[in-house]
Design a protein around this ligand. Sequence first.
Ligand code: SF4
Length: 249
Amino acid sequence: MLDFNTAIPVDISARINGLIDNALEMEESFSAKRNYLGGSRLGVHCERALQYDFTHHPKDQGRHFSGRILRIFSRGHWVESEMAKWIQGTEFGITLETRDGGQMGFVSHDGYVKGHIDGFIKAGPQDLGPFPRLWECKGLGAKYWRAVKKHGLKKERPTYYGQVQYYMAKIPNLSNNPALWCAVNMDTMELYWESVPFDPEYAEKLDAKAWRIINACKAGELLPRDSERPDFFKCKMCDWRITCHGIKR
Ligand code: SF4
């Protein structure tokens, strides 16, 4: 006689996580792809990688965003909005959106480059001024958070440093005073703040880099690789390593 009452053992974590991951990945696959070069990404060193990103070149097999990575992105948005609330509870005055409730940002390079800032601090304790100051926030795993705290934003997170520089350059009145950049340790919830002065020369280099990428894409040309070695550590982390280095599978 068949016994329909004996439960078949199920790994419920794997089962439920699979459902969540599938839903997240499906949603991501249908989400609108941005049709511009993100100002937040210009600090990425490899111009060819930025070309692939800008033109939505298909990523190498297995390099799509998994459900877990998508949840990490969500966590970043969550911590940014919590951080804004924590700041609002102090004597700082912070602006997070435009008058009509939109995201604050800029458009440049004939519309090919866009960026959106987390906010700016318009007032606050005198010893932390003068204001306004660009405010950017990131959530980092403990290892990366400790490294930034020890060595500083520019050395440890050059992409984020580039983002801050470019936003200061592009948003009116935000280059006069150093940006306030903060990182939340996502393991311990410790906070690290860094004052980031504007570097106009660096921002100009990013401007020129954006034009090089746009013009090369328009001309159908590939810019030089960051490294000719596919085992270079940055290439090993790149979503287009197989395509870029022409690796045969
Ligand atoms: S594999 Fe390396 S050189 Fe090629 S796009 Fe990626 S980072 Fe750049």
